[in-house]
Write a protein that binds this ligand. Structure first.
Ligand SMILES: C[S@@+](CC[C@H](N)C(=O)[O-])C[C@H]1O[C@@H](n2cnc3c(N)ncnc32)[C@H](O)[C@@H]1O
Length: 191
């Protein structure tokens, strides 16, 4: 977020699966930007109603329906100017990698050159974490698909990765010591 807002000059954010409230909400990290949040959870919608007070727009929608999201987001965002689309720890709810890629590419399709994709997700890079995800699913929790970094990389096809590329997220331009966590992500630019 800081890279996009401060270095890349992005002034518009479409944060899909925002999960309000989180520790650093997008509209707080980039207070001068136009921010649109999307989520499908009624609890997130309730927090958005109570807390946003016009600081950002909230769309209650499912990311499997990118066209509805784009139609609604276009009422707030100017698609002729760069937009950062964010999928932060949300696409593991979609089990099919081809569908994941359809969602991501459809969301980016109408956006101006200079727009960015920000995507990270949990990975299957450690057996203990994979076992934990399986236990969660067996216990009746909503299954979450942990993918390989190579599978996540396919979402960035056709885009230019910003340095350091697709890495463990705590290695993406860290500003201090961070614990190692089993999640990979990248920021990439649309030409
Ligand atoms: C693990 S939280 C991530 C929250 C936040 N992006 C972050 O980085 O902390 C996942 C969020 O994705 C939302 N979500 C799950 N499936 C979704 C879908 N099909 N469409 C939109 N949002 C979805 C959930 O409601 C939840 O708020």
């Amino acid at each position: 977020m800081r890279y996009l807002a401060e270095e890349a000059g992005i002034r518009q954010f479409l944060d899909v699966g925002t999960g309000l409230p989180v520790m650093q909400n997008t509209h707080e990290v980039a207070p001068d930007a136009r921010v649109v949040y999307v989520d499908v959870d009624p609890l997130v919608a309730a927090h958005a109603r109570d807390q946003l007070n016009g600081a950002a727009t909230y769309i209650h929608a499912d990311y499997h329906d990118p066209d509805t999201i784009l139609t609604e987001a276009a009422k707030t965002l100017d698609f002729d100017q760069p937009v950062a689309v964010m999928f932060m720890g949300v696409l593991g709810y979609e089990p099919d990698l081809a569908e994941l890629n359809r969602i991501v590419s459809r969301m980016l399709a109408p956006l101006a050159p200079g727009s960015h994709l920000v995507l990270w997700d949990g990975t299957n890079t450690t057996p203990e974490v994979v076992e934990g995800a399986a236990r969660l699913a067996q216990s009746g929790g909503v299954p979450y698909i942990l993918r390989s970094p190579a599978d996540l990389a396919t979402a960035f096809d056709g885009l230019t990765l910003v340095e350091p590329g697709l890495v463990q997220i705590t290695a993406w331009r860290p500003d201090g010591d961070a614990p190692s966590i089993e999640a990979y992500g990248a920021v990439a630019r649309k030409s």
